[in-house]
Ligand binder design. Structure first.
Ligand code: SF4
Ligand code: SF4
Length: 200
């Protein structure tokens, strides 16, 4: 995996320099959280990198992620049904598999919505604000982020989570009792690609 990430960077395929305020922060958010994904995020990253989903995703124990609007996936493991959430893999040092540390993100441009919108959330009043319990140490100044684009990204992320949750609920209803991880990823990519095409 590390070698493959390096190859992508060398090819200059989707690498982009990190900008302020993230450049001076030590990219703290890329080593703190399990980044939750939807199947649409997974399909975009797989297409951009050529990786198999299982190379960069994992089915994380639901209790390790905490509250997330993403539906829990039922999966058979060791003869038992387990509850999982879909997340980016992390290295032993907790950094995301795509982190280039102070040089940024190896999949910039195809990075998941959870990363795109961080550290902001959309209030009920329609205004963008810092998310509760986020670790970002930096108060972003006006002009360092685009409130309109961030708002659009948050709305798009919510829409995709809704679509993804329907896909997961269908899996849970139909396949959970016999579905292992490999089958789940095959199902997820097929459904997500079909739904993404339907929307175009
Ligand atoms: S979003 Fe915040 S925590 Fe994450 S890299 Fe940027 S400044 Fe650092
Ligand atoms: S995908 Fe990129 S931005 Fe998101 S956690 Fe990983 S390295 Fe950071």
């Amino acid at each position: 995996m590390e070698k493959k990430v390096s190859r992508i960077i060398k090819k200059g395929k989707i690498d982009a320099p990190i900008c302020e305020p993230c450049a001076s922060c030590g990219v703290k958010c890329c080593n703190r959280f399990a980044v939750p994904l939807t199947g649409f995020d997974v399909a975009r990253i797989a297409e951009a990198t050529g990786f198999e989903a299982q190379e960069f995703c994992r089915l994380e124990k639901a209790e390790l992620i905490g509250e997330a609007p993403h539906s829990k996936i039922f999966i058979v493991e060791g003869g038992k049904i387990e509850e999982r959430l879909l997340a980016l893999k992390r290295r032993k040092n907790e950094y995301c598999v795509f982190s280039l540390h102070s040089s940024g993100c190896a999949i910039w441009g195809a990075h998941p919505y959870a990363c795109i919108v961080y550290p902001f959330e959309l209030g009920e009043d329609g205004k963008i604000r810092y998310g509760n319990n986020f670790v970002c140490p930096r108060k972003w100044a006006d002009g360092e982020f685009d409130a309109k684009k961030t708002g659009e990204a948050i709305r798009k992320m919510r829409e995709e989570i809704e679509g993804y949750n329907k896909i997961v609920r269908k899996w849970n209803a139909q396949f959970a009792k016999e579905g292992d991880e490999k089958k789940f990823f095959a199902y997820l990519l097929k459904e997500s690609r079909e739904k993404a095409v339907e929307k175009k």
